[in-house]
Design a protein around this ligand. Structure first.
Ligand code: GSH
Length: 65
């Protein structure tokens, strides 16, 4: 299953959600809170998946999700 790691206030994540809607695609949405706990984008498990530390992250390979 495709996963979109995003934050509700992220305009970058908004753009991906708009593109998904336009294409008629769906994804599991995983919240990465950019403020809570000093920013969950800095958490080790997220950095391992996305070393850029940016949000959103798009995943379609379950082995890496
Ligand atoms: N070039 C990136 C930029 C994404 C971006 O700016 N993400 C922001 C949220 S909208 C972010 O992750 N900020 C985390 C931070 O500043 O630590 C993209 O378009 O995906």
């Amino acid at each position: 299953m495709m996963k979109l790691y995003g934050y509700w206030r992220s305009t970058a994540a908004y753009r991906v959600r708009i593109a998904l809607n336009l294409k008629g695609l769906s994804a599991d949405h995983v919240s990465v809170h950019l403020v809570k706990d000093g920013g969950q984008q800095h958490a080790a498990d997220y950095v391992a998946k996305n070393p850029t530390i940016w949000c959103p992250r798009w995943s379609f390979r379950t082995a890496l999700s």
